[in-house]
Design a protein around this ligand. Structure first.
Ligand code: HEM
Length: 272
């Protein structure tokens, strides 16, 4: 029998459904942008490497890039870039609810691929930054390194909670790891809009400027903070909270789509 206590709270359920839709909308926008990044890696780095045209890899600006004779450095660099494509692809696959539901074995195997490739991408990233010396400047090298430390931390926490069959905690840590692994991609989709805003103000985006550093730190801090807001909204019983976070995610979805299109147009397409 329906009593006042167990009456469904229709406005809250509707708000939660809207939240779920806006977050899915954001995920679709992010997936399209991440696939564009993967396509660029495969076409540009894969295309030149397969043809053995390694010096042509420097047609695009890098911090260090290809250095003739530096076999170890070049190998780490190319390994980093190709494994980046693997981890980005595996990250998207891991979040698809259909795969978790219908092919749990694929979810487990893809999870292992994601974890291993994220750790390799991070270790090779550390080699490039701190041993090869590929740094724009110290604060931005520290930003990517902190991002890397957090990637490894949340991968370990996600793996441990899955082993303990604590799937609520596993989901939270895995989502954090997914966002942190995409810090590099967020940096790219943030830098073009930031550059356009600066251009409108008559200034240029300079890698040593405070504007670049803000985008660099925000590229991994902001996504995990916004994820926390999503968790709060999911658990909230207040319609106004759920609706506000939904509106924020609708805006973020449009921003992500715009940033991804801008990155593809200005950062990747000109080199293909
Ligand atoms: C696991 C997530 C990561 C992914 C997906 C990733 C992806 C990439 C990609 C695709 C590039 C080439 C960029 C381009 O051509 O536009 C790159 C460059 C680079 N990455 Fe990462 N990266 C990750 C983590 C890291 C970490 C944690 C560090 C540092 C500790 C790092 C350091 C670097 C450096 C220094 C370069 C530039 C190399 C050069 O231009 O000579 N990466 N990364």
């Amino acid at each position: 029998m329906m009593t006042a206590a167990n009456l469904p709270n229709e406005p809250l359920s509707a708000a939660q459904r809207t939240l779920s839709h806006t977050v899915s909308f954001w995920f679709i926008a992010a997936t399209l942008g991440q696939w564009a990044f993967i396509a660029f890696i495969l076409l540009f780095y894969g295309g030149h490497s397969l043809k053995g045209e390694f010096t042509a890899l420097n047609n695009k600006p890098h911090i260090t890039g290809y250095v003739a004779g530096d076999t170890l450095g070049n190998t780490q660099w190319l390994m980093h870039v190709f494994i980046a494509a693997v981890v980005t692809f595996a990250g998207v696959l891991q979040l698809l609810p259909q795969i978790r539901k219908h092919w749990p074995e694929l979810h487990r195997w893809n999870g292992r691929v994601f974890m291993l490739s994220a750790v390799i991408a991070t270790l090779t990233g550390f080699y490039l930054t701190w041993i090869r010396g590929s740094q724009l400047n110290l604060p931005s090298a520290l930003s990517t390194s902190l991002n890397g430390v957090l990637i490894v931390l949340f991968i370990i926490l996600a793996w441990r909670s899955a082993r303990q069959r604590d799937f609520v905690t596993h989901r939270r840590h895995a989502l954090r790891a997914y966002l942190l692994v995409n810090g590099v991609w967020f940096l790219r989709i943030g830098i073009v809009p930031a550059g356009l805003v600066l251009a409108a103000l008559g200034q240029k985006m300079d890698y040593n400027s405070p504007a670049f550093l803000i985008v660099s730190y925000a590229s991994w801090m902001l996504p995990i903070t916004l994820l926390q807001l999503y968790f709060i909204a999911q658990a909230s019983k207040r319609v106004v909270v759920v609706r506000s976070v939904s509106a924020l995610f609708a805006f973020l979805a449009l921003f992500t789509l715009g940033g991804a299109i801008a990155a593809a147009m200005f950062m990747w397409w000109p080199y293909l």
